[in-house]
Write a protein of this length. Structure first.
Length: 111
């Protein structure tokens, strides 16, 4: 399931990058990563972290959620916790605590 999600997000990243007229190298420079990393994202080999996805959405000028729009519906509905865990995998404990606190506050505001 994670592989399918990585493939879907990778295809979306490639589509938005091309729509912006960017090469993988240009996106890599904007993200401050190696161009091979962008290639791995786009091929679904590696799932980008949440901060990386957030930076990409800013580079592309789109809401973060748009990067998930091609994910299979059943993955989006059943695996929210798994997706969140995968995206947060590279974060420090302090960064994870921050994200959880922001989610709690957002949910409280929506009530």
């Amino acid at each position: 399931m994670r592989y399918e999600l990585a493939l879907a997000i990778g295809k979306t990243i490639a589509r938005w990058r091309k729509a912006q007229g960017m090469t993988q190298e240009q996106l890599a420079l904007a993200l401050d990563v190696d161009p091979i990393t962008v290639s791995r994202f786009e091929r679904g080999v590696t799932l980008p972290s949440l901060p990386t996805l957030h930076r990409m959405s800013g580079i592309f000028g789109i809401p973060l959620a748009r990067l998930f729009e091609d994910a299979p519906l059943e993955n989006r509905l059943r695996n929210d916790a798994e997706l969140l865990a995968a995206l947060m995998g590279s974060l420090s404990n302090a960064e994870k605590d921050f994200v959880f606190e922001m989610i709690k506050r957002f949910c409280a505001l929506k009530k």
